[in-house]
Write a protein that binds this ligand. Structure first.
Ligand code: KIV
Length: 271
C-alpha cells in the first residue's frame, strides 16, 4: 500500500481559519529557491516574496528600483520550492498606483508568469480602485499599512508610523476599507502595539505585524534580518535567531586560507 506524500497547501481560507481559532500566522520573506525550500520545509505558513529583495538581493537603498520582471524572477524561484506555504508577491513601486488597469495587468503577470498564489499592495483608500479591480479578476490581495516603504520619500524616514491621532484614525479607516473591498489579510508595519492590537481586534480578516507588537494575528520578518545576514540593522522589533554574517565570513576566510596554503583539496578530495 502506498501512502500519499501529498502535503496540503495553506490557502487564504486557512489563514482565516487560523485567525478564527486564535492560531498565530508565521510569515517570512524569500527571494530564491534554496532559501524558500528551507523555510517551506520548516513549516512556515506564508512566504512573502517582498520587494525588500531590492535592498537585500540587489543592494539598493530603497524598494523603489525593483522591477516587475525582477519580482517575477524571484517569485518563480520561490514558487518552485514552496510545497506547502502560501506564496504572496509584492507588486513593485510604479506598477499599480494611480491606474487600476495597469495594476490588474501587473497582478496578472505575477500570477501567470510566476505561479504565485496572491499579491500584496501598499496603501489604503488611495489604491482601493486597484485593489478592487485585481480582486474582481479572482486574484487574492494582501494589504500593507503603517510604514509603507514604497512611500519613503513622502515620509522622509523609516520611523514608527501612526503615533499621532490623525494618522492613526486614517490607518483604521484604510484597514476597514481594505477589508470591505475583500483583501484576505493586512500587513501592519512599525505602528504602536496598542493601535495594531485595536486594528486586529476590529477586523474579521487577519493582520500580520512587523514591529506591531504581539497582538496581531501573525508576524512577519525579513529572513535575511532574522538570520543575521544583513549587517548593521538592529531595529527594536527584530529578533535575530542567528548571526550568519560573521559565521559565513569566517567560513569564507577559512576557505581562502585553505586554498592559499594548498590544504584544500586534500588527497581525499580529488580523483
Ligand atoms: O518587502 C517586504 O519584505 C515586506 C515586509 C517587510 C512585510 O513588505
Amino acid at each position: 500500500m502506498s501512502i500519499s506524500k501529498e502535503v496540503k497547501r495553506i490557502t487564504t481560507h486557512t489563514l482565516q481559519e487560523m485567525k478564527d481559532h486564535g492560531e498565530p500566522i508565521a510569515m517570512l520573506t524569500a527571494y530564491d529557491f534554496s532559501m524558500a525550500r528551507i523555510i517551506d520545509e520548516a513549516g512556515i505558513d506564508v512566504i512573502l516574496v517582498g520587494d525588500s529583495a531590492s535592498n537585500v538581493m540587489a543592494g539598493h537603498e530603497t524598494t523603489l528600483p525593483i522591477t516587475l520582471d525582477q519580482m517575477i524572477y524571484h517569485a518563480s524561484s520561490v514558487v518552485r520550492a514552496a510545497k506547502k506555504s502560501l506564496v504572496v508577491v509584492d507588486l513593485p513601486f510604479g506598477t499599480y498606483q494611480g491606474d487600476s488597469k495597469k495594476a490588474l495587468n501587473s497582478a496578472i503577470r505575477i500570477m501567470k508568469e510566476s505561479g504565485a498564489h496572491a499579491v500584496k499592495l501598499e496603501g489604503g483608500v488611495q489604491i482601493i480602485d486597484s485593489v478592487k479591480r485585481i480582486l474582481k479578476a479572482g486574484i487574492p490581495v494582501m494589504g500593507h499599512l503603517g510604514l509603507i516603504p514604497q512611500s519613503i520619500y513622502k515620509f522622509g524616514t523609516y520611523t514608527v508610523r501612526a503615533k499621532e491621532e490623525m494618522e492613526s484614525k486614517q490607518l483604521k479607516e484604510d484597514a476597514l476599507a481594505l477589508e470591505k473591498a475583500g483583501v484576505f489579510a493586512i500587513v501592519v508595519e512599525k505602528i504602536p502595539a496598542k493601535l495594531a492590537a485595536e486594528v486586529s481586534k476590529s477586523l474579521r480578516i487577519p493582520t500580520i505585524g512587523i514591529g506591531g507588537g504581539n497582538q496581531t494575528d501573525g508576524q512577519v520578518l525579513v529572513t535575511h534580518d532574522m538570520i543575521g545576514i544583513t549587517k548593521d540593522f538592529h531595529p527594536r522589533f527584530l529578533r535575530r535567531y542567528l548571526e550568519l554574517y560573521n559565521e559565513m565570513k569566517g567560513a569564507f576566510e577559512r576557505y581562502i586560507t585553505d586554498v592559499k596554503s594548498r590544504d584544500f583539496p586534500s588527497n581525499k578530495e580529488q580523483y
